[in-house]
Design a protein around this ligand. Structure first.
Ligand SMILES: [Zn+2]
Length: 253
């Protein structure tokens, strides 16, 4: 399996994976989305809420706030020395107190452990005059397979496309319609595979240029929600996958 970074931004990275099989690439995708843990709010206790939003809706919104996660500091509740009772090593406590008129933002959540929301300007609710919100919230580590709010990002892959040359007039039309296709000699080629889209595929289809998909090569896209450093995400996922394989091999023995 070979891996080459095609494009990288602050919260998105696109790889070209070659010489790999679908189950392996899919295992990497699943480990990324479902197994890499992050912090998210699990419990909210309302002392006061006369905003327009019900407690349940606000609680749900708060659960979805991505929190900057330090995996070295926090343990899973079930693996913690406190035996699941909850302590500073497995839970983060937040307090929020706001009085209207104002917009309550994610940054209004103040934690005792210094944990901050990834996007401080995320609005939670709007308070009008005489409306008040007072609450306490508890965040803990979890996995995307338990709840999507714990997912560290989005990962997906597509097969690597190869354009099959047909009539030159069709090739010319494709190159005219898409900025991402160029004519080289008598062949149509993709300029930048990292920005190849379904719209480009549609242009090929409409102009009778066949696309062959190489099922051992992939364009793998990873988008992070910001809780963890995107550069560390693939390694974290692979470590978890390796651990699972070791467990399996032990069981087989
Ligand atoms: Zn604990």
């Amino acid at each position: 399996m070979n891996l080459k970074v095609l494009k990288q931004t602050e919260n998105k990275v696109i790889f070209h994976i070659s010489n790999a099989e679908i189950p392996l690439v899919n295992a990497l995708r699943r480990a990324l989305v479902e197994e890499v843990p992050t912090l998210a709010i699990e419990e909210v206790t309302f002392a006061k809420n006369n905003s327009a939003l019900y407690d349940e809706i606000l609680g749900h919104r708060m659960g979805l706030i991505p929190l900057v996660t330090d995996l070295k500091t926090y343990n899973f509740l079930e693996d913690c020395k406190c035996k699941g009772k909850g302590c500073a090593r497995c839970q983060v406590k937040f307090a929020l107190s706001a009085k209207g008129p104002c917009t309550v933002l994610a940054s209004d959540l103040k934690s005792r452990g210094g944990v901050k929301p990834v996007f401080p300007d995320m609005p939670l609710t709007i308070l009008l005059k005489n409306q008040e919100l007072q609450l306490e919230a508890v965040a803990s580590l979890g996995k995307g397979k338990e709840h999507a709010k714990f997912s560290p990002g989005l990962a997906y892959y597509r097969f690597y496309p190869e354009l099959k040359t047909t009539k030159i007039s069709n090739i010319k039309k494709c190159a005219e319609l898409s900025k991402n296709m160029v004519i080289k000699g008598s062949k149509l080629e993709i300029k930048d595979i990292a920005v190849w889209t379904e719209a480009d595929e549609q242009i090929c289809e409409e102009n009778k240029v066949d696309i062959d998909y190489n099922k051992e090569e992939f364009i793998f896209t990873l988008e992070s929600w910001g809780q963890l450093d995107i550069k560390k995400l693939p390694n974290l996922a692979l470590e978890i996958f390796e651990k699972k394989l070791k467990e399996l091999s032990k069981l087989v023995k």
